[in-house]
Design a protein around this ligand. Structure first.
Ligand code: NAP
Ligand code: HSE
Length: 431
């Protein structure tokens, strides 16, 4: 009988305890499927006395990372701490020592992925990160393996559970942003610093990972255009409903002959679009390949057990590799396609502004759009205020972002226009 392979867990929070619970619950099935026995031999935490969501033998817990990183018997390190430091440093150390690493850390993979992939290859170690994108949804493996025969043209999705939960509650129950963010935190969906979720950084990290795999190009985080959901107001949600749309935070990657487009921002999508019915913590990732056509991956995008499910799948891959004495095939990111500037991106726009309701004002606004080649598809003016500014909302036809920005700069200088309250991109074809 072979000795059980030893795992060290770095981190025992939402995902760490989720992984542990699945290992307890399904241990015999997992061992049988992996073809190898295993055991968790050490767990790194910050605070030994913190109450844990699962029962665990206290002797397994440590606050000393050396007890895992320096232990030659621990061959598999599962990093579930989050953030760049010290997580990156621990992953680097583990790989340098030939230990296999499984992580759900999108910040580390998006920032240092290419370096870590090389380090893993140099040291004959595996590096897996299915839990880093889409929680429990299998999406990394399909992109790495199942879809290799395709030229991926587009990848677009809801990849942050916290913001989707917040936008769903704000839309369906007219709830307040701050209250719902608190709920998402209590449910274990949010990052340690929830700004990572609501400002779109988490989704941008995930898009880097998805787009790098889909387009075979190492994309840097600074190349992703990013906007979060903090500016979305109840008015925007109400106008979206008026136009038969829903607001979602989308991560969008598209291949064009002139380069790759990568952007994360709140988006109006028509209610009939498949992504419009993805609610709460659910994520969905739409992929279009030249051979397979359209695919949609859907499931819980955050939470202990769903993310734990993805982490366990990676652990099983490593166990199988260990058993067979093989290593995972390392990604080759070889294409040198430029990333397009946001100014070159073409899409449609929703614009909400406030202007004094006087004769000629609409004509001035329309002329400013027209001067930059921006064509209006729909318009609403609400209410009639004598001297009070009233909301005016436009939806444009598709236009380059450069032109849209130039037209808004003109409009902002009109004396009758009090403010441009919000601009939200519109995807998913005409209404
Ligand atoms: P979490 O609940 O905050 O847990 C983090 C764990 O790491 C805690 O056990 C904490 O110890 C430990 N830790 C933090 N800093 C440490 C340090 N410097 N030294 C030693 N231990 C440290 O985080 P999480 O939600 O499980 O997320 C973990 C990772 O999974 C992150 O990369 C996150 O982005 C990713 N992820 C999370 C989800 C989700 O739904 N939450 C989904 C997908 C991916 P204490 O418990 O003692 O404080
Ligand atoms: N904070 C992340 C989210 C966790 O809400 O999607 C899953 O990656």
């Amino acid at each position: 009988m072979d000795k059980p392979l030893k795992l060290g867990l770095l981190g025992f929070g939402t995902v760490g305890t989720g992984v542990y619970r699945i290992l307890q619950r399904n241990r015999s099935i997992i061992s049988a499927r992996a073809g190898a026995d295993f055991e968790v031999s050490k767990i790194l935490v910050r605070d030994l006395d913190k109450p844990r969501a699962v029962e665990v033998d206290r002797s397994l817990l440590t606050t000393d990372p050396r007890e895992i990183l320096d232990d030659p018997e621990i061959g598999i390190v599962v990093e579930l701490i989050g953030g760049l430091d010290p997580a990156y440093q621990y992953i680097q150390e583990a790989l340098s020592r030939g230990k296999h690493v499984v992580t759900a850390n999108k910040a580390v993979i998006a920032t240092y992925g290419a370096r870590l992939i090389s380090l893993a290859a140099e040291n004959g170690a595996d590096l897996y990160y299915e839990g880093a994108v889409g929680g429990g949804i299998p999406i990394i493996k399909p992109l790495r393996e199942s879809l290799v025969g395709n030229r991926i043209e587009e990848i677009m999705g809801i990849v942050n559970g916290t913001t989707n939960y917040i936008l769903t509650r704000m839309t369906q129950e007219k709830a307040d942003f701050a209250d719902v963010l608190g709920e998402a935190q209590a449910l274990g969906y949010a990052e340690a610093d929830p700004a990572a979720d609501v400002e779109g950084y988490d989704a941008a990290h995930k898009l880097v990972i998805l787009a790098s795999l889909a387009f075979q190009k190492p994309i840097a985080i600074h190349q992703v255009y990013r906007e979060g959901i903090t500016k979305i107001s109840r008015e925007d949600i109400a106008f979206a409903e008026h136009f038969g749309c829903t607001i979602k935070l989308l991560a969008i990657g598209k291949r064009h002959p002139q380069g790759i487009e990568v952007r994360v921002h709140p988006t109006f999508i028509p209610n009939r679009h498949p992504l419009a019915s993805v609610h709460d913590v659910f994520n969905a990732i739409y992929v279009r390949g030249d051979a397979v056509g359209e695919l949609m991956f859907y499931g819980r995008g955050a939470g202990d057990l769903p993310t734990g499910s993805a982490v366990i799948a990676d652990i099983v891959d490593v166990l199988r590799n260990c058993k067979q004495g093989t290593h995972h095939r390392v990604e080759t990111l070889w294409q040198d396609a430029p990333v397009l500037s946001m100014e070159d991106v073409r899409t449609r726009y929703y614009i909400r502004l406030h202007a004094v309701d006087k004769p000629g004002v609409l004509a001035q606004v329309a002329a400013s759009f027209g001067a930059e080649g921006v064509s209006i598809e729909s318009m609403i003016q609400q209410g009639r205020g004598e001297d009070e500014p009233v909301p005016i909302v436009f939806i444009t036809h598709e236009v380059e972002e450069r032109r849209l920005r130039a037209s808004l700069a003109r409009i902002a200088t009109l004396p009758a226009v009090k403010d441009i309250a919000n601009v939200i991109r519109v995807e998913g074809g005409g209404r």
